[in-house]
Design a protein around this ligand. Structure first.
Ligand SMILES: Cc1ncc(COP(=O)(O)O)c(C=O)c1O
Length: 394
């Protein structure tokens, strides 16, 4: 049997990680993998998480199974964080998942189960796992143009021209904030225009929110999604607590369906059933840490403070790099870096240029020039700007 296997397609990010590990240079810089790092290069356990875990160790008296869709207290806490109370609870179906990846996957399974003909429209570029998860759940997917590398902004004309081809009942996948990999987010008026367009065309939005709190703040980052939830009859949401709670390996995620109340119970039952046939009971530890933090005012305040520190660090690194590049290139060619949101931006560049950044300057980026801003540190900014100006400025 196993001799029939062929190797899976290489994972671009894992490949960059491996090359980075194998590089003996001490001044190499990893701007590839998408995790937050503090000034010492560490992806820290948040103090609020430590406090919640200490509380759980002291009080948790069972590790028995919870429920196929996970803990309803977790659903409620996350629904409140993401939706901010803009929709009635009788419109919300929810299930805990194995991280945000599991949330996207289970949502794809649900789409496929509900309507195998529905196509999911995915931004070009997007998180590479979006098309991969559509493919592995047999969901037909189509790309829509999103980003203009030259201007560093959203290609609104291309996006709308492509989405004109969507059929009623199709699903449009949007990034709630901190678009991965471009950092180019919708403005308030983009969200309003998109809501009107989706409504008119009978399209269902599917918002993946994996970086809530990394852009402008937890409420500001969810404002577009909340606008859709309040305005449209149906919305699918995939949320991750990996980045904003620093719970990467604990795999805390959730997906929600906002729908008319008469569709809610069957949708909820199907979501539980789909969990059963994929992971069985979803992971609980990370979810319980999140619930503990969000339901305890002191822990929540501490978490918001720490998240604010992470956001401020990413934003100040963005601004510092944009300023250094302005100085080095004498132009505003990379000015978009300062305005974009979240951990990622795209610098562009051919494979040969990305290889030159790596070989000559020890700078590790993913193909296409995706850069994890949080992988930078203040002392390296000038060196990074010199390398980018030398290789990519023209
Ligand atoms: C856009 C997007 N969605 C979802 C995820 C999934 O995150 P996780 O599975 O680690 O919770 C990521 C992680 O990189 C992401 O960038």
């Amino acid at each position: 049997m196993f001799h029939k296997l062929t190797p899976p397609p290489p994972d671009a990010i894992l490949h960059v990680m491996q090359m980075f590990r194998d590089d003996p240079r001490s001044d190499k810089i990893d701007l590839g993998v998408g995790v937050y790092r503090d000034a010492t290069g560490l992806t820290p356990v948040m103090r609020a998480v430590k406090a919640a875990e200490a509380h759980l160790v002291a009080t948790q008296d069972s590790k028995g199974y919870v429920a196929m869709a996970g803990d309803t207290a977790y659903h409620a806490a996350m629904a409140d964080l993401v939706l901010g109370g803009v929709v009635d609870t009788d419109r919300i179906a929810a299930a805990a998942t194995t991280g945000g990846t599991g949330a996207v996957r289970q949502a794809m399974e649900l789409i496929h189960t509900a309507d195998p003909a529905a196509q999911v429209w995915i931004s070009q570029p997007s998180w590479p796992n979006h098309p991969a998860l559509a493919q592995s759940t047999d969901v037909p997917w189509r790309p829509y143009r999103y980003y203009d590398v030259q201007s560093g902004g959203i290609d609104r004309t291309g996006m709308m021209a492509d989405l004109e081809n969507a059929r009623p009942g199709d699903v449009v996948l949007l990034h709630g904030c901190c678009h991965n990999p471009t950092g180019a987010d919708f403005t308030e008026s983009d969200w309003a225009d998109m809501a009107a367009f989706l409504d008119k065309r009978g399209l269902i939005p599917f918002v993946d929110i994996a970086y809530q709190g990394f852009g402008d703040g937890v409420d500001a980052d969810a404002a577009g999604l909340r606008h859709l939830a309040a305005r449209l009859p149906r919305l699918i949401i995939a949320a991750s607590a990996a980045k904003n709670f620093g719970l990467y390996r604990d795999r805390a995620g959730l997906y929600m369906v906002i729908c008319p109340p008469e569709e809610r119970d069957t949708t909820q039952a199907m979501m539980a059933w789909l969990n059963r046939s994929s992971t069985g009971f979803p992971p609980d530890h990370g979810a319980r840490v999140v619930t503990t933090i969000l339901n305890d005012p002191a822990m929540k305040a501490q978490w918001l403070d720490e998240l604010g520190e992470m956001r401020a660090r990413v934003n100040s690194l963005r601004a510092a790099l944009a300023t250094a590049l302005r100085r080095q290139t004498g132009s505003d060619r990379f000015g978009f870096l300062g305005a974009q949101k979240g951990m990622f931006s795209i610098l562009g560049g051919t494979d040969a240029q990305i290889a030159r950044l790596r070989d000559d300057f020890g700078l590790y980026l993913v193909g296409g020039g995706r850069m994890n801003i949080a992988g930078l540190n203040e002392p390296a900014i000038d060196r990074v700007a010199t390398a980018i100006a030398a290789v990519l400025a023209d």
